[in-house]
Ligand binder design. Structure first.
Ligand SMILES: *Cc1c(COP(=O)(O)O)cnc(C)c1O
Length: 358
């Protein structure tokens, strides 16, 4: 009985990644681990070629396109290796002449680093000079670039692109930490990828969506596992897919679909407004980024007085707030407010801030 009470304590999960998932996705995944679609076998002990799992994969590949309003000129697969492997696969497959990158944070910088292995990589804009606290404007994208790559949400620094850049070359985006968080005009993109573990599932699966005609542009000789054509032509089953991660992601996708991006946006807007209003009002705290590019997903802030940091972290812990400590490159705090985080959790954090006295 004791244990039950302890395990039922509500934790407010602001973890930056892997992050909070909807309870229904965890419950459904748990029961599929026991008995997968009436097979009396576990999800993780049946063939991925069985019709049950094939139906899971088919739906997991359809829903992202439906949610984003993309038609059958797009296709979608799940790969392993995280978003970090996409930093390599993207240029391996598509950098023929040169590529253009916007460098707005640690992940964007890692993407640039990998692209350089494959050819000329032009950084068209960077906010590195001010520790990535803003998003560069007025950069120009060379018209002969094979593609332009950017990161829609900078998970570590807490900035987010508030609009899609105008671009005449194929547009590629790392949406790992804000996919399905609000409405976007997804048709503007030629390639989108996202590691599942921030906003759409457990670690181990990476969603890749691309415009099918892009595959015709691949000219380089590429080892089989890194060649998108193999994965797309085999319907995301070129080799054994991460079955558990795909199943759990599907449960999250169903939840997102049911809510719809419009309602998700309303929820996420309200959450970030509540928190940033308190950061701005409270005399003991301040935000770390330029206000107009503040991330809806990862709010970064500090105490004005360094000596208050540890005490605030302790108060958060007492209020059952998890994952609030900032990334080592920014310090202070980072409150990640992914899709599944209820606004009640943000209110708890805001209350701790309101009651903070040095
Ligand atoms: C977390 C993150 C990554 C790295 O993802 P891995 O799956 O760990 O490789 C890349 N890009 C962004 C925007 C992220 O938030």
């Amino acid at each position: 009985m004791h244990q039950q009470t302890a395990s039922m304590t509500k934790v407010h999960n602001f973890s930056a990644g892997p992050g909070i998932l909807p309870q229904i996705a965890i419950d459904n995944s748990k029961s599929a681990l026991e008995n997968f679609m009436g097979t009396n076998l576990s999800l993780i002990e049946v063939s991925h070629r069985d019709k049950e799992f094939e139906s899971v994969m088919a739906e997991a590949r359809t829903l992202p396109l439906e949610i984003l309003g993309l038609g059958d000129d797009y296709d979608c697969i799940y790969l392993q290796g995280g978003a970090s492997l996409q930093f390599c696969m993207v240029p391996y497959n598509f950098l023929n002449t040169k590529a253009a990158y916007l460098k707005t944070g640690v992940w964007a910088a890692n993407a640039v680093k990998e692209a350089k292995f494959f050819g000329p990589t032009e950084v068209v804009g960077t906010s590195e000079d001010k520790n990535y606290t803003y998003i560069p404007k007025n950069y120009s994208i060379p018209s002969d670039a094979d593609y332009f790559h950017y990161t829609s949400n900078n998970t570590i620094y807490g900035t987010q692109m508030q609009s899609i850049p105008e671009c005449k070359v194929p547009l590629f985006c790392d949406m790992s930490s804000d996919i399905f968080s609000r409405r976007i005009d997804a048709k503007k993109f030629d390639l989108i990828y996202a590691g599942a573990q921030k906003n759409m599932g457990p670690a181990g699966a990476t969603l890749v969506i691309l415009k099918k005609e892009l595959l015709e542009k691949i000219t380089r000789k590429i080892p089989s596992m890194l060649d998108y054509r193999n994965h797309f032509s085999k319907d995301s089953m070129y080799n054994t897919p991460p079955v558990f991660a795909v199943y759990c992601s599907l449960q999250v996708l169903k939840w997102v679909k049911e809510m719809g991006l419009e309602k998700m946006e309303v929820r996420n807007r309200a959450k970030q407004e509540l928190l940033y209003a308190e950061i701005d009002r409270n005399e003991f705290f301040e935000g770390t980024t330029v206000a107009e590019v503040r991330s809806w997903m990862n709010a970064t802030f500090i105490t004005k007085d360094d000596s208050h940091t540890e005490r605030f972290l302790k108060l958060c812990k007492e209020a059952n707030i998890n994952g609030i400590k900032g990334h080592r490159s920014v310090g202070g705090f980072r409150a990640s407010m992914y899709n599944a985080l209820p606004i009640e959790s943000v209110q708890v954090l805001v209350d701790v801030m309101k009651n903070f006295k040095p």
